[in-house]
Write a protein that binds this ligand. Structure first.
Ligand code: PPE
Length: 305
C-alpha cells in the first residue's frame, strides 16, 4: 500500500513538497547502503501531540553516523526543532517520523568521505505495524535460517541502511513461510533480535533480554521496557539467551518503535503460554500505553510539538 502523503518533507534545512523530495541516482547511498535512519513515533495525548524519546533517537542517529566517520551537519537541537516544525506543518496528531542521513552526490566509489552527508526528515500517518490483532493477541514467529550480522562485520548498534539487507532476508523468509516475523540468531547461535525489533523473555517472573554483544540494535523501546519493568519492581537481566529459551519461556514479547510492545504467541509453531498473553507482558504493555496514550509521563519521554 502506498505511503500516505503529507504536504512537506524536510530536506537539508528546507521544507520541500513531498513529490519533490528526490535524490540523484548516483548518490553514494543508493550504491553502497551508506545511510543511517531512525524511526520515531508521535502520539496524540491529552496534552497534545507528543514525540516519544525524540532526543534519544536523534542522539542515536548522530552516533550511527559517527561510527562511519561522518558528522551530522545539524545539531541535535536543530534536528529536534526541525522535527517538531515538520509535524506541526503537516498537521498530524500522531505519526511515524523517519529522519535519515545519507552520503549524497559528489563522486562515486567505495571511499565515502568525499560525499556530503545529506539529511531528510519525513513523517506520515502509520498505525499498528504487525496488524491490529498483534498487540492484543500476539504474533506467530519463527527462527530465521539467516543469522544476524557479526558485530565485527556490520555493527548492529549503528542503524545503518545497509544493515537492513539482513533484515529483509529474515522478514521475507518469515512471511513466505506464513509467520509474522523472523528472529535472527547471533553468529554463536544465541538469540539476537527480530528483523525490526528487540526481544524479551519472562521466566519465573524474571525478565531477560539479549545484550548488545548479541548483534542487536540498542533499541530505545528496549530501554523504555527495561525502565518500566524496573519501575514495576521486576528484575531485568541483560544476558546471553540460548535459542532453546524461545521454546520454553513463560512469556515472550517484542519491543520497537513500530511494533511498540507486541507479545509473541508462538515460535516455530510451539506455543508460548498456550497462546495467551502473559501477566508480565500485559503489565508492561499497560504501563507503556499509559505514557503514550494518556500522557502519564513521569520520565519526561514526550516532547510536545
Ligand atoms: N532492532 C532492529 C533491527 C530495528 O530495526 C529496530 C527498530 C529495533 C530493534 C527497535 O529499536 P527502537 O525502535 O529504538 O526501539 N526498527 C525501526 C524500523 C522498522 C521498519 O520496519 O523500518 C522501527 O521500529 O521504527
Amino acid at each position: 500500500m502506498a505511503l500516505p502523503k503529507t504536504p512537506y518533507i524536510w530536506m537539508n534545512g528546507e521544507f520541500v513538497d513531498w513529490d519533490k523530495a528526490t535524490i540523484h541516482v548516483l548518490s553514494h547511498v543508493v550504491h553502497y547502503g551508506s545511510g543511517w535512519f531512525e524511526g520515531i513515533r508521535a502520539y496524540k495525548t491529552p496534552n497534545g501531540t507528543g514525540i516519544f524519546r525524540l532526543r534519544e533517537h536523534l542522539k542515536r542517529l548522530q552516533q550511527s553516523v559517527k561510527l562511519y566517520r561522518g558528522e551530522m551537519p545539524y545539531t541535535i537541537d536543530q534536528m529536534c526543532e526541525a522535527t517538531k516544525e515538520l509535524v506541526r506543518k503537516n498537521g498530524l496528531e500522531s505519526c511515524y517520523i523517519r529522519p535519515i542521513a545519507y552520503r549524497g552526490y559528489e563522486n562515486l566509489g567505495v571511499y565515502p568521505l568525499n560525499c556530503p552527508i545529506d539529511v531528510s526528515i519525513a513523517c506520515w500517518e502509520w498505525g499498528v505495524y504487525l496488524g491490529k490483532e498483534a498487540i492484543d493477541n500476539g504474533v506467530d514467529v519463527c527462527v530465521s535460517s539467516w543469522q544476524r550480522l557479526h558485530n565485527n562485520t556490520l555493527p548492529a548498534v549503528s542503524k545503518a541502511s545497509g544493515n537492513y539487507l539482513s533484515s529483509q532476508l529474515i522478514r521475507m523468509e518469515a512471511i513466505m513461510n506464513g509467520y509474522s516475523e523472523g528472529i535472527g540468531l547471533d553468529i554463536n547461535g544465541n538469540v539476537g533480535e527480530g528483523s525490526g525489533e528487540n526481544i524479551f523473555f519472562v521466566n519465573d517472573g524474571v525478565i531477560y533480554t539479549p545484550p548488545m554483544s548479541s548483534s542487536i540494535l540498542e533499541g530505545i523501546t528496549r530501554h523504555t521496557a527495561i525502565t518500566i519493568a524496573k519501575d514495576l519492581g521486576y528484575e531485568v537481566r541483560e544476558t546471553t539467551v540460548p535459542r532453546a529459551v524461545l521454546y520454553t519461556a513463560d512469556e515472550i514479547f517484542f519491543t520497537g518503535t513500530a511494533v511498540e510492545i507486541t507479545p509473541v504467541r508462538s515460535v516455530d509453531r510451539i506455543s508460548v503460554n498456550d497462546g495467551i498473553v502473559g501477566p508480565v507482558t500485559k503489565h508492561i504493555q499497560q504501563a507503556f500505553y499509559a505514557i503514550i496514550q494518556d500522557g502519564k509521563d513521569e520520565h519526561g519521554w514526550l516532547t510536545y510539538v
